[in-house]
Design a protein around this ligand. Structure first.
Ligand code: AKG
Ligand code: FE2
Length: 336
């Protein structure tokens, strides 16, 4: 396998990474002043916290959380292990990700569909399931040495944090607090993204404009900028805050909330100086889960914007056999 991190340091930007003008990042300096809300989860007033989350979820689809209860040491250790993983030689990374005969741990460059891409993305990634931990941890990398110990502890904490955030969102939406405690949130995955320094950051991207195909995503980043959110027709940079998490609403929660929460579009720009590593916690449903606007949010004056569909069918038309028309047909309720 050719990973970006194994060849990119001495090269110029190959043609296959040059994006068409309309998708290029263009301005690398984007405003931070209107950046996304920062929400303190330790505030005493639960109602206030919920209101802040709902407002941020509607306006930006993104917010940062501080005082979230995950230890700073664990966050730092997780980032260290993530950076060490991507710094290993390609053959080591391949070996460490090949422990599951069913391929649950995936190492790839650009996107899942590299061979089908017109233009490649400037990132490498590893993704694996993390729950229940004892069913998956034996297939995770054993190098760097502390990978399993640290990422295992991290995924347990992030699971708890995701449940807490989803409960606050349920309360904000007026859904029962356990709305997501069934199949809808039971298959989280850890993804470690790595964006090496890029020779031509203005011509390519680490990730194209997208919505996460998740319920929510919780992102750990460092002080190195790169993530941008699309709001009101322009890009806004997400300012790195030490030991904060960036939380975003995924498309599935946009469907379930019948559009009340915004699954915001975002992208990743690269830079020529620093490698950037991020760790995302993707909250996913099981393949068989039915995604649909919550019944409590739909009535005669708020008809369902979206149809009910199986998560696996959504993944199929979004990623496996991407087809825009089939996707629209699957998700939109034409009678609304
Ligand atoms: O690396 C980042 O800043 C964002 C990653 C992301 O958007 C994703 O993994 O879906
Ligand atoms: Fe994303």
């Amino acid at each position: 396998m050719t990973l970006l991190s194994s060849w990119c340091y001495d090269g110029s930007l190959p043609e296959s990474y040059v994006m068409p003008p309309e998708t290029r990042p263009g301005d690398l300096i984007v405003p931070m002043e209107k950046s996304i809300p920062v929400i303190d989860l330790q505030r005493k007033d639960r109602k206030e916290t919920i209101q802040q989350i709902m407002k941020a979820g509607q306006e930006f689809g993104f917010f940062q959380i501080i005082n979230h209860g995950v230890s700073e040491d664990l966050m730092d250790e997780t980032m260290n292990v993530a950076e060490e993983f991507h710094a290993m030689p390609v053959l080591d990374k391949e070996r460490e990700c090949a422990k599951d005969p069913n391929g649950s741990c995936k190492l790839y460059t650009s996107s899942y569909v590299y061979p089908r891409e017109d233009v490649h993305l400037w990132r490498d990634a590893v993704i694996h399931p993390c729950r229940p931990l004892d069913q998956h941890i034996q297939f995770w990398p054993e190098k760097p040495n502390r990978y399993r110990e640290v990422v295992g502890a991290y995924s347990v904490e992030l699971w708890k944090l995701s449940c807490r955030i989803l409960e606050l969102i349920c309360e904000g939406l007026g859904l029962s607090l356990n709305y997501f405690s069934n199949d809808l949130s039971q298959v989280p995955q850890i993804i470690i993204n790595h964006y090496p320094p890029c020779p031509e950051p203005s011509l390519t991207l680490g990730l194209l404009k997208h919505r996460d195909l998740t319920i929510i995503t919780i992102l750990l980043q460092t002080q190195i900028k790169g993530l941008q959110v699309f709001k009101d027709g322009r890009w806004i940079g997400i300012e790195p805050l030490p030991h904060a998490f960036v939380v975003n609403i995924g498309s599935l929660l946009m469907f379930i909330s019948n559009g009340k929460l915004n699954g915001a579009e975002h992208r990743v720009v690269t830079n020529s100086r620093d490698a950037r590593t991020t760790v995302s916690f993707f909250v996913y449903p099981s393949d068989e889960s039915i995604i649909e606007p919550a019944k409590a949010l739909v009535n005669a004056s708020n008809p369902a914007i979206y149809k009910a569909f199986k998560f696996a069918d959504f993944i199929n038309v979004s990623i496996i056999n991407p087809d825009d028309e089939a996707l629209k047909e699957l998700i939109y309720n034409s009678t609304a």
